[in-house]
Design a protein around this ligand. Sequence first.
Ligand code: ARG
Length: 414
Amino acid sequence: MRRTVALAFSGGLDTSVSVKWLQEKYDADVVTVTLDLGQRDDLKEIERRSRQIGAKDHYTIDAKDEFLRDYVFPSVMANALYEGKYPLSTALGRPLIGKKLVEVAEKAGATAVAHGCTGKGNDQVRIDVTVRAMNPTLQVIAPVREWNMSRDEEIAYAQERGLPVKPSKSIYSVDQNIWGRSMESGPLENPSTEPPEDAFEWTVSPEEAPDEPGYLDIVFQEGVPTRVNGRSMEPLKLVSYLNEFAGSHGVGRIDHIEDRLVGIKSREVYECPAASVIIEAHRDLEKLVLTRHELDFKAQVEREWAWLVYSGLWLEPLRLALDRFISATQHRVTGSVRLKLYKGSARVVGRSSDYSIYDVGLATYGRGSKFDQKSAVGFIELWGLQSRVAAGLASQIEEKKENGHPRTKAKEAQ
Ligand code: ARG
């Protein structure tokens, strides 16, 4: 019996060639699946291409709301930045692609799923791990990992079979969704040179940004952004608006050396305008409402959370457990943060919350402070106790050495 494979389909060269290759090599019917994660592609055109190439069926799935609610907003609560910089935009999308592939495969009676990831990146791990965790009976096929064709060979393969290949308009390898745009390859592979201006699409260059600063007031309810500049917005509207607004001020460009899961160091360039301002604001609000102890411990959890998600372990029970902890910290993360955007930078310049632990009566250097300065004396006495004892001991030992330690003396005499 002919088998059915559900293929994650972007409409690019790799996945277009994959349709034919799976039919030929695996004698399979191919069902293609394209998720709308807010990547700004022409989804109708992608569906047309899939049918033109000969897929048996095609599914376009609008997953934007699910992506924001179940993947992106938990990452905001986790202030998730891999290696301190990357908001995980691509990484967050992959487990959702894996999940939808499994759902389509089960509906279409497929025995395998396939995707266009290479064997050199993180994305293969993220999709494979998710699919296998959700349905271990499904085989995972990654044609690009198997076929060993160069780009030119792929084009020749497509032409021989009359596939409509569009020469890609970009020299960059790009992946995008509502949370950001990832760019690799071409001139970006030289980590010592500045990314060319033509790599960027969502942000103006800071030099071209308006001469007047822009202000954003972002309101969070229990860790989730809900209002911007006085207007209440649904997640999709809110994130799109912030991508636009921050991008127009040149905010959200990220250039860093990243450690891939497979061991390779790579130079990655991102545009994540909304993610940059939302995480900056969220982190700042937490500083106002959470205790020092909560903040210290949460920072460790955040690092682990970002690593698990980056490394493809979205469904790992530890990630779910960390999410529970993070959620428990978010009940008081309600309030408003004001950012000033100016020529590529976004700085928090104000914040307020009903849950603020900041107490001006305690902090003030002015009149009327409630803080009893005398109580500091006893505190300092105990706070420095061990340091004092250790320092005293160190100077005693030093003194003994100078006066000649009995054992050292005995040795000298020999
Ligand atoms: N390095 C990023 C990550 O691992 C982005 C990968 C981008 N993928 C791509 N096909 N260009 O999440």
